[in-house]
Design a protein around this ligand. Structure first.
Ligand code: PLP
Length: 375
């Protein structure tokens, strides 16, 4: 049995006619840059999330970068980020010349630890070298962070909340969709994310009119009211028309896909909970299930035995960012001990909406088998 980790092929075959036709229409009208499908997609995404402004961009990384630029973040500013995340979260902070302050994570949700965040903000204020400016929580593996707790914490400090929701588009927190939970939200349409396109893509979501207007300008080289009037330093960060067009049929089936991800997650939960640490669920909080990640001892042995049975697994992430060569000079003395421990124990299982029941059963049977043998 050859099991895919994510199954974009089956998805494509299910919507092939619509996707191919959408691409063909773009070739016919020829508006490859900022064509009509871009605004169509933006308005459908706004409807889906109930967010006032959706500005599509060229990637999740550019969405993060554009938001930081819109807030005039730069030299001397501190941006608080979890250390247990994908590189892009930290990268954009460096690119705009600010300094990342690494915060540890909660061992059960894998998301930013609110107490450590509070302590790190206090420390930066006391030290007086940097100006605390942005909190950038990451909805890791698709699970929204506790936004109310973060808002409460930063209320008096006037810090801006930039959500890195690259993995959580489609998720929700207390009945509100991801995209409406922070001052501004960045998401990614990288093919393997819950809602992907057929290449690189992303979006900025915000309810703030001023922020939206600035982001629209930044995505087009900082342009003002006419093309050659430049108001600020911007980026070339547009989403291709053809990507927007091909995403429209994907968005149509997305709610159904999310339900199927949830069904698979529940099946994994039920079968695996006695054998490994399963992902934590939070009342009122729904995950987009970008990844289904368990905690195990003996990870290398386990992933090897699963591989021998044709079951692919992945490690997100083997090393926290503050331990990476490019970033370690920003690590605090005590490091981020939870991130360091968790990075040795995480193992992500195949997760996608097209998995057959018998495949899910086979994965669980073999995993339980291997775990029992190893212990
Ligand atoms: C994927 C991802 C990004 C970057 O998105 P791209 O579209 O690949 O640029 C940023 N942050 C996190 C947490 C991600 O998983």
């Amino acid at each position: 049995m050859k099991i895919p980790f994510v199954d974009l092929k089956t998805q494509y075959l299910n919507i092939k006619d619509e996707v191919d036709l959408a691409a063909q229409k773009v070739h016919e009208h020829g508006c490859y840059i900022m064509g009509p499908e871009v605004s169509e997609l933006e308005s459908q995404l706004a409807n889906y999330t109930n967010c006032k402004h959706v500005i599509t961009v060229s990637s999740g990384t550019d969405a993060l970068l554009a938001i930081l630029l819109s807030q005039n973040v730069g030299k001397g500013d501190a941006v608080f980020i979890p250390s247990f995340t994908f590189t892009a979260t930290a990268e954009v902070v460096m690119l705009i010349g600010a300094e990342p302050v690494f915060v540890d994570i909660d061992p059960q949700t894998f998301n930013i630890d609110i107490n450590d965040l509070s302590e790190k903000i206090e420390f930066i204020k006391q030290e007086g070298r940097l100006n605390p400016k942005i909190i950038m929580p990451v909805d890791l593996f698709g699970l929204p962070v506790d936004y109310d707790a973060i808002k409460k914490l930063v209320e008096d400090e006037g810090l801006f909340i930039l959500a890195d929701a690259a993995q959580s588009f489609g998720g929700s927190y207390k009945e509100k969709k991801v995209g409406t939970l922070a001052d501004a939200t960045a998401t990614s349409f990288f093919p393997a994310k819950p809602l992907g396109c057929y290449g690189d893509g992303g979006a900025v979501l915000t309810n703030n009119d001023d922020c939206a207007e600035i982001i629209r300008s930044i995505r087009l080289h900082g342009k003002g009211s006419s093309k050659y009037e430049i108001e600020r330093v911007g980026l070339n960060a547009r989403l291709d028309t053809i990507q927007a067009a091909m995403m429209l049929p994907k968005l149509k089936i997305f709610p159904e896909e999310l339900e199927k991800r949830e069904e698979l997650a529940r099946y994994y939960d039920e079968r695996l909970k006695e054998f490994v640490m399963i992902p934590k669920r939070i009342n009122g909080n729904t995950s987009a299930w970008a990844q289904y990640t368990i905690l195990v001892k003996n990870r290398e042995h386990l992933s090897k035995s699963l591989k021998e049975k044709g079951i692919p697994t992945a490690v997100y992430y083997p090393r926290p960012i503050h331990k990476q060569k490019a970033y370690k000079k920003f690590a605090s003395k005590e490091g981020c001990p939870v991130s360091e421990r968790i990075s040795n124990e995480v193992l992500s299982l195949p997760m996608h909406p097209y998995m057959e029941k018998n495949t899910a059963k086979y994965i669980c049977d073999e995993l339980i088998n291997a775990v029992t043998k190893l212990s």
